[in-house]
Design a protein around this ligand. Structure first.
Ligand code: PMP
Length: 443
């Protein structure tokens, strides 16, 4: 067999079927990141690329943190793998316990997964099993939201609301309704922080409840701030109102915090930031700073207790993954949490958020910019789509920004930004200067 040494040779690129990528387009002009340190990626010719996206919303403590990489290499040498089905090893117990230092009060039970998608499907399954366990077996319906992104499992795409992620994959889960999304550019473009209250958006849940009767609904799932669909910030009071309506009808509320978890918006979780206690929180990404795949589902103690009380002497929940609580991932999680705490990175995200907002909104007035949205260290710039070619403008800005030395993320015609929380003010300036140039030169 021929060894392939040149990564850009066609035969080297053909085997890897890339996820969420236009493979033909990419392989005709590949973009390869070779290494990373701190706020920067480095390309094959060692050109630095400022990371405006924390990888894929995950490297909250920046890249190449020795604290994490050392913990990982020590752990892999010490205990590479041990089962967590009817057996235990110390790491996941320790990590779960440590995580309860930052979870909302009363959410002290943790189920480990390997990704955000698995966290979402786990949360939905826990919700359904719990309802059945407490004698509410008629509660089988799930409610998601238009434009919601909850990963790519069948549960996640069923409650999710991004048409391309759903439409090729058959009939999906039955019994799912979708709330309206919360973006209203016509009325609230260029809002800084939370858009004004729009009670009708959360109240739409009452309509769905009326249609099916609350006694048939198991859970509502939303991203507190929707990320992958283009950064949708919840209007004032929106999440609280959802909680109220769920409480009135004993419906569980799930926050998908795969993006908002681990300090991205200043608090450990959006639940604390917006002072709304969900029943279940899903997470992944920032849990291990992106170094080793891992997700976690945080569950209200009362839900776990119900399984322990009513579950009988046998296995209480028939669910889990070979790698739930993997020792190497857990070691990465422990080191990451220590870094977050010692460097107070969540506070840092909050402290920088005004400066971030100012810089981001300075892009207003550049070609085709029709909205700018932000909260914490999340931002989005939305462009007017080119007629007949949606997504083209943002894609061109993305490639231009990369050429100029910044990694940004685009979905459709929205540019999404979420830098590592270690970013310095000068790097915020640098990011927005590069993006401004890309917006002017790239379109
Ligand atoms: N939920 C949300 C809110 C996400 O943003 C993502 C990933 N962007 C996921 C779930 C899925 O996570 P993963 O890609 O790790 O499966």
């Amino acid at each position: 067999m021929k060894a392939v040494t040149d990564i850009t040779a066609p035969e080297a690129l053909s085997a890897f079927w890339m996820p969420f990528t236009a493979n033909k387009q990419f392989k005709a002009a590949p973009r390869i990141l070779k290494s990373a340190k701190g706020m920067y990626y480095y390309t094959e010719d060692n050109k630095p690329v400022l990371d405006g996206t924390a990888g894929l919303w995950c490297c909250n403590a920046g890249h190449g943190r020795s604290r994490i990489t050392e913990a990982v290499s020590q752990q892999v040498a010490h205990l590479d793998f041990a089962p967590t089905f009817q057996m235990g090893h110390p790491l996941p117990f320790e990590l779960a316990h440590r995580l309860t230092e930052i979870t909302p009060a009363g959410m002290d039970r943790v189920f480990f997964t390997n990704s955000g998608s698995e966290s979402v499907d786990t949360a939905l399954k826990i919700a359904l099993a719990y309802q059945r366990l407490i004698g509410q077996g008629s509660r089988t319906r799930l409610i998601g939201r238009e434009r919601g992104y909850h990963g790519v499992g069948f549960g996640g795409i069923s409650v999710g609301g991004i048409p391309n992620n759903r439409k090729f994959f058959g009939s999906l889960l039955t019994g799912v309704d979708h709330l309206p999304h919360t973006l209203n550019i016509d009325r609230h473009a260029f809002t800084r922080g939370l858009p004004p209250a729009q009670p009708e958006l959360a109240n739409a849940l009452e309509g769905i409840v009326a249609l099916h009767d609350g006694s048939n609904i198991a859970a509502v799932i939303v991203e507190p701030i929707a990320g992958s669909t283009g950064v949708l910030i919840p209007p004032v009071g929106y999440l609280k109102r959802l909680r109220e309506i769920c409480d009135q009808h004993d419906i569980l509320l799930i926050f998908d915090e795969v993006i908002t978890g681990f300090g991205r918006i200043g608090s450990p979780f959006a639940a604390q930031e917006f002072d709304v206690l969900p029943d279940i929180i899903t997470s992944a990404k920032g849990l291990t700073n992106g170094t080793i795949p891992m997700g976690a589902v945080f569950v209200r103690n009362a839900i776990y207790d119900a399984f322990m009380e009513h579950g009988g002497p046998a296995i209480e929940l028939f669910h889990g993954y070979t790698y739930s609580g993997h020792p190497v991932a857990a070691a990465a999680g422990l080191a990451t949490l220590s870094l977050y705490q010692e460097e107070q990175l969540f506070d840092r995200a909050r402290d920088l958020s005004d400066y971030w907002e100012q810089g981001l909104h300075s892009l207003r007035g550049l070609p085709n910019v029709i909205d700018i949205r932000n909260y914490g260290l999340v931002g989005a710039v939305e462009l007017a789509s080119e007629p007949g070619a949606p997504g083209k403008r943002a894609y061109n800005v993305f490639t231009k920004a990369l050429e100029l030395g910044a990694l940004i993320r685009v979905t459709g015609d929205v540019i999404a930004l979420s830098p590592p929380l270690i970013i310095e003010r000068e790097e915020i300036d640098q990011l927005f200067n590069l993006l401004a140039d890309a917006l002017v030169q790239g379109q």
